[in-house]
Design a protein around this ligand. Structure first.
Ligand SMILES: Cc1cc2nc3c(=O)[nH]c(=O)nc-3n(C[C@H](O)[C@H](O)[C@H](O)COP(=O)(O)OP(=O)(O)OC[C@H]3O[C@@H](n4cnc5c(N)ncnc54)[C@H](O)[C@@H]3O)c2cc1C
Length: 461
């Protein structure tokens, strides 16, 4: 606690006076706040970590930060892969992890009103008791917060059918840079008054405002068993053809994944097993709902007609666990840079071939998985150094450029953060970059919300 009156003049003193024991300056808290799961660590410790308990705590922090022009880095579960939640010298890391109350679940309205720090899986467990579920399902759902999912517009395996987080967000309570509290969006299913500011905040990576509460849509749980099928293709072109044919036929699996040959080899070695009818370039699809069995049979027929070896299973948990073992399997060989490009589904085959070309050009192996149903690829780089080596960044640069030239994007779901800000202008172009930077300045005139993340004005030279 502060003892001398002059200490109240410091930012830390003001924070402690307003928030007491919620302001942490111990070594362990500061060290934790210097990194997320991107592999990036800041080279200095932040000023402090503030553990907010409610919207009013966040207001108090933002008022002090605004007056003193102190940067604020908002942090949820710290599971981000873009370096967006990393704090460094002179910054306040504002953690919402303790704002983890599920305020209300309305079965009539099919939504949940939550504080932003609720863990994705905890919301799902609570909703399940009422026959409902929350569709966004990032593989990090046991650690990541609903606020973090919203701030990164997170995706997951079920995006193929149920869309990304944006589709599930109705209303947000946001604390602005100057401490003002706004309620954006609508509690209702429909609502078109004014601009879609919820859409703007979704994916804003802590640069426009602090999301403290949200109303998110829930779906009714259906009771039909899911069906899962897997197939193995000898080469990546055959796998890509099967993906495109499945979509072209109008088939809608709920999960639709590709694991390329190098990646399925790493996973099989790690788990010391290969699921039946897999190996090589693997496709996994899961169907759900009333027609799940018939749809699985139709997709299986199509894949067989394209020369793939196919296997259908009832629940397929084994297959999904195989897919989910991707990161630990690669981590068994070193650090991993998980890339995240997305292309139109019609260009998936081209992008997969580009990855093989980039492997040869840079002398690297790039084991890749893809959310085949939505065109989002995760090409991975394994390395042993402390930081990502230059050769890998050069190969990643070639990946980004290939994706963009195919009508795709730098990042499908992980965000820009620190890691990709230098490429943002290449994708947006100068005019749109300036427009977006103008929006950022309108929301945050003093540039105190996550400065240096997403936007790097030096790129304009
Ligand atoms: C093993 C693993 C698997 C993953 N799988 C997926 C996946 O399948 N799909 C996917 O999309 N991502 C995935 N991720 C990435 C990550 O989990 C997601 O980006 C997640 O949404 C981040 O949530 P978080 O609460 O951890 O946010 P953090 O990492 O704490 O923050 C992420 C960004 O959001 C901002 N932010 C956080 N909370 C708020 C808030 N309340 N208001 C304003 N800004 C905020 C931060 O400033 C930062 O820029 C994975 C990560 C790991 C480690």
């Amino acid at each position: 606690m502060i003892s001398k009156p002059e200490e109240v003049n410091t930012v830390l003193g003001q924070l402690i006076q307003a928030l007491g024991a919620s302001v942490l300056t111990d070594e362990a808290s500061l060290v934790e706040a210097r990194s997320d799961r991107s592999g990036k660590t800041s080279d200095s410790s932040p000023l402090c970590v503030v553990e907010a308990r409610d919207t009013q705590d966040v207001v108090a922090v933002m008022k002090i930060a605004n007056r003193s022009q102190t940067p604020v880095v908002v942090r949820g579960g710290g599971s981000g892969l873009a370096g967006g939640a990393i704090g460094s010298a002179g910054e306040i890391v504002l953690s919402l992890a303790r704002m983890n109350k599920i305020i209300e679940i309305s079965t009539e309205n099919r939504w949940a009103r939550v504080q932003s720090g609720v863990i994705n899986q905890d919301l799902n467990l609570a909703a399940q008791e009422l026959g409902l579920w929350f569709a966004p399902d990032p593989a990090s759902r046991i650690w990541s917060t609903v606020g973090g999912n919203i701030a990164t517009n997170a995706g997951g395996l079920l995006c193929a059918k149920y869309g990304v987080t944006r589709e599930a967000v109705r209303q947000l309570t946001v604390v602005m840079a100057d401490g003002e509290v706004l309620r954006l969006g609508h509690e209702t299913v429909k609502g078109v008054t004014g601009f879609d500011l919820v859409g703007l905040l979704v994916g804003s990576e802590g640069t426009l405002g602090v999301i403290t509460e949200a109303i998110v849509a829930l779906k009714p749980i259906d009771t039909y068993p899911v069906w899962t099928l897997s197939a193995s293709a000898n080469n990546i072109e055959d796998a890509a053809n099967a993906i495109q044919a499945t979509i072209k036929h109008g088939y809608q699996p709920s999960v639709f994944e590709l694991i390329d040959e190098p990646c399925s080899r790493y996973i099989a070695e790690f788990l010391e097993k290969t699921p039946a009818s897999s190996g090589g370039n693997m496709l996994i699809a899961q169907t759900d709902g009333a027609g799940a069995e018939a749809l699985a049979a139709q997709i299986a027929e199509l894949w067989k007609s394209l020369g793939l070896q196919v296997q259908i299973e009832h629940d397929g948990e084994d297959l999904l666990s195989f897919r989910r073992a991707m990161l630990p399997a690669l981590n068994a060989h070193g650090r991993v840079l998980i890339e995240d490009v997305a292309v139109p589904i019609s260009q998936l085959g081209e992008m997969l071939l580009a990855i093989r070309r980039i492997e040869k050009e840079f002398g690297l192996e790039i084991p890749t998985v893809a959310h085949a149903g939505d065109g989002n690829l995760h090409p991975n780089f394994i390395y042993s150094e402390e930081e990502v080596p230059e050769n890998i960044w050069n190969a990643a640069d070639a990946l980004f450029r290939s994706a963009m030239s195919l009508g795709g994007t730098l990042t499908g779901e992980h965000g820009v953060g620190l890691l990709k800000r230098q490429w943002l202008i290449d994708e947006l172009g100068e005019a749109q970059w300036n427009l977006q930077w103008g929006i950022k300045k309108l929301f945050d005139p003093k540039n105190i919300l996550n400065p240096g993340k997403v936007f790097d004005p030096t790129n304009l030279n």
